[in-house]
Write a protein that binds this ligand. Sequence first.
Ligand code: PPS
Length: 337
Amino acid sequence: MKYVPVLAKRTMFTYFIIMFLLYLFYTINFCVVDKQPTLKTILKSHISKYKSGAFRFASFLGFDVEDYKYTRLSRNAGPVRRLPDALIIGVKKCGTRALLEFLRLHPDVRAAVSEIHFFDKYYHKGFEWYRERMPLTLEGQITMEKTPSYWVTKSAPKRVYAMNPSVKLLAVVRDPVTRAISDYTQSASKRPSLAPFEQLALSNRSGCSAVDPTWAPVRLGVYARPLRRWLRRFRRDRLLLVNGERLVADPAAEMAKVQDFLGLKRVITEKHFYFNSAKGFPCLLKSESSSSPHCLGKTKGRNHPRIDPAALKRLREFYRPLNEIFYRLSGINFGWP
Ligand SMILES: Nc1ncnc2c1ncn2[C@@H]1O[C@H](COP(=O)(O)OS(=O)(=O)O)[C@@H](OP(=O)(O)O)[C@H]1O
């Protein structure tokens, strides 16, 4: 409406504002006189109805209202705490911390710093308790949390589903033999008197040593069982299985898959990583909190003890058929030896 003279535009807009104020006065009067208990609600709905009308009318007269609307919007949409949109549910010692730290580089991802353990330990505290532990996010940002024990918590799939049936799930998996050694190394670092790995992983039954499937570090590597449980609740396309070996060998490529899965723009690329030969792992050129190169802490990427090759062979034989079941169920051949 560029042909409406500026003066006429102003007058018409002023009339409109006066009429709007009269209407507002009438509404307040009506509510107060009739002692309506819903004064706030009525006002709110009327104001928002006429606010959008006012915007349309002002732009019809040629006023540029978009800037004003945007400023109002960004001022209104302050950061809030939300329940997670995506969860890293496991698997313990497969690279879950690395995945979360890498994801933190993305401007559209905000994640809880520590493991919350809501769906395994603190479910009785309720969703409000959980929400309060989440980081502040802006509209459009993804809220995330990682607790690897969710993977093996029997009640977790049902509970997560109750929170949000369309939540996105991520699970990092790696060769179960390396995973077991990593798990053992962590326990041994806390208890130096712990028996050797071979002794704990293999039990001597009727004179010959066999893998002890009940020992937690061995049991946790049987991935098919928990996967079946999660797939009973969630569609396969709701769960991304991140390749733990690829996350070390080619973090950028693995992170591209993760970003696609989460519906994020591919912001995290090879430019973010460098290989730290002293640590033997990829590190970040800058992290969310610092602009200098940064590796994961000392508890990630520990030196593993040397394991007797005969014990390794037994473990590989033990896992081979179980891995096949996992490959079939997941639809991915991870090619573990
Ligand atoms: N970039 C990078 N830096 C360091 N470590 C890395 C990295 N990527 C994957 N990993 C592997 O992550 C293993 C630890 O796994 P998690 O983070 O899932 O452990 S935990 O369950 O949270 O305790 C850890 O296991 P260990 O090598 O036994 O320490 C690593 O092998």
